[in-house]
Write a protein that binds this ligand. Structure first.
Ligand code: PNS
Length: 164
């Protein structure tokens, strides 16, 4: 059996924390589908195409991944479509666990798909896309928290002098 899992997220944008968990998932599975889930009615900081490009750049060293975008879809339907037996979610803290557990139970109830929780690297546990965006918008340094391409894209979109 080919073991396929889905690593879902909005990836707006991808962080080193995401990359760490996806690499760990890739080491445990034959294939990882990095599923960029977005709400077509909501505008993110980056477009879906930009997020996909930044993901592809951040993950270019990981051979057994596929990056795909899905709008307005249930995660369990995405899992079915790509032939994944499980969902892998990174855990940073007990707060993440409390947030993720009801979703994992709901997803199992809907189709039987299992969720595997994978602790990420401790030194990355404070990272989130939203916190990193706030730091950039207020002029802080996020090098080491995101890839150089993401850092440049964030500065252009949100840094001092950016429109909006
Ligand atoms: O990176 P995020 O924003 O934490 O990712 C959240 C995401 C996209 C994984 C979550 O919102 C999700 O699973 N959305 C898909 C819609 C869905 O299936 N909802 C029911 C979940 S129980």
């Amino acid at each position: 059996m080919t073991r396929v899992c889905v690593c879902p997220g909005s990836y707006d944008p991808v962080t080193r924390g995401h990359v760490d968990v996806i690499e760990r998932a890739a080491a445990l599975h034959d294939e990882v589908v990095v599923a960029l889930l977005h709400n077509p009615a909501k505008r993110g900081t980056f477009t879906v195409d930009e997020r996909q490009e930044l993901l592809a750049d951040a993950l270019h060293d990981v051979p057994n991944i596929r990056i795909r975008a899905f709008g307005g879809r249930l995660l369990v339907d995405v899992c079915r479509e790509v032939g994944a037996q499980s969902i892998v979610k990174g855990l940073r803290s007990d707060t993440d666990f409390a947030y993720e557990l009801p979703m994992a139970l709901m997803n199992r109830r809907l189709t039987g798909v299992e969720t595997v929780f994978l602790p990420g690297a401790a030194e990355l546990s404070h990272l989130s896309s939203s916190l990193i965006k706030e730091v950039v918008s207020l002029g802080g340094d996020v090098s080491g928290m995101v890839t150089p391409a993401v850092e440049a894209a964030l500065k252009e979109r949100l840094g001092a002098g950016a429109a909006g």
